[in-house]
Design a protein around this ligand. Structure first.
Ligand code: CP
Length: 302
């Protein structure tokens, strides 16, 4: 049976741990010819810098070949070809499909159509499971554990798919504490809060976090997702809602790390970049090793 990765819940806790171990091995030794003779399609129907380029780097480091597009305007989707037909065609050419698409559920649909495995590189505001695995790898590397982590998720918790996937994955580990910091308009959707409640996991909701930032092990900042707002006026109201500044980090824990899936707009001031607690650029590098791990696991090569 093919191993798609569409939602983070497609993997068990054992698989999360296997990916962490493989990522660490790939970090030690990134160039391995495990994909020699294989072709991977990289289909990006939505803009991307990190996800696409780190996937393509991972494929190259594994000795595979990449085909695809970074702009759907250069594909026959622009002539009206359906996702069904695009996937039917591309799956004839390749051994694996990596796809980003603006519609929630598009990746699951592609996996149903495709005889070769599909990896979801982000579907609308829904899920971004490979980002979550690299986030977990970053947490494990910096905290030494995935248990007992107090995570502050800050910003656009409504449309930010990375926080949805991360919340679900971290709920598999011992005693996570979630602090959700968002304005009313961008609160964590109820379905995710119900998910935590059913598992008996604690979460707290805040409008501000200056006074409680000293409790955090991880601050996971997010960009307000302009492209997902139905009404641009609503975006204007909340676009500058939180800006993390270096001065706010004075009384934080020694082990604190600041993560961000990137790209950032202005939610982390550039004066944070030189603080040793800023981890977001290394986090993005971790994406290469984690995606090498995901690809080899998906293709039963490791
Ligand atoms: N983190 C992330 O998904 O970044 P890109 O949109 O640049 O791929």
């Amino acid at each position: 049976m093919k191993k798609d990765l569409i939602s983070i819940t497609d993997y068990s806790k054992e698989e999360y741990l296997k990916i962490m171990k493989l990522a660490s091995e790939f970090e030690e030794n990134p160039n391995q010819d495990l994909l020699k003779g294989k072709v991977v399609a990289s289909l990006f129907f939505e803009p991307s810098t990190r996800t696409r380029l780190s996937f393509e780097t991972a494929i190259n480091r594994l000795g595979g070949k990449v085909i695809g597009f970074a702009d759907p305007g250069s594909s026959s989707a622009s002539k009206g070809e359906t996702l069904h037909d695009t996937i039917k065609m591309v799956s004839n050419y390749v051994d694996l499909i990596v796809m980003r698409h603006p519609l929630e559920g598009a990746a699951r649909y592609a996996a149903e159509v495709s005889p070769v495995p599909v990896i979801n590189a982000g579907d609308g505001a829904n899920q971004h499971p490979t980002q979550t695995l690299l986030d977990m790898y970053s947490i494990l590397k910096t905290q030494g554990t995935l248990d007992n982590i107090n995570i502050f998720m800050v910003g656009d918790l409504k449309y930010g798919r990375t926080v949805h996937s991360l919340l679900m994955a971290m709920s598999e580990f011992e005693n996570p504490i979630f602090n959700f910091v968002a304005p009313y308009e961008l609160q964590m959707p109820n379905e995710y809060k119900i998910f935590l409640e059913e598992k008996g996991i604690k979460y707290f909701e805040h409008k501000e976090f200056n006074d409680i930032i000293s409790e955090a092990d991880i601050i996971y900042m997010t960009r307000v997702q302009k492209e997902r707002f139905p009404d641009p006026i609503e975006y204007e109201k909340v676009k500058n809602v939180y800006i993390l500044r270096n001065s706010m980090l004075e009384k934080t824990k020694a082990n604190l790390k600041i993560l961000h899936p990137l790209p950032r707009v202005n939610e982390i001031h550039s004066d944070v970049d030189s603080n040793k607690k800023a981890y977001y650029f290394t986090q993005a590098l971790n994406g290469v090793f984690t995606r090498e791990a995901i690809i080899t696991h998906t293709m039963n090569l490791k």
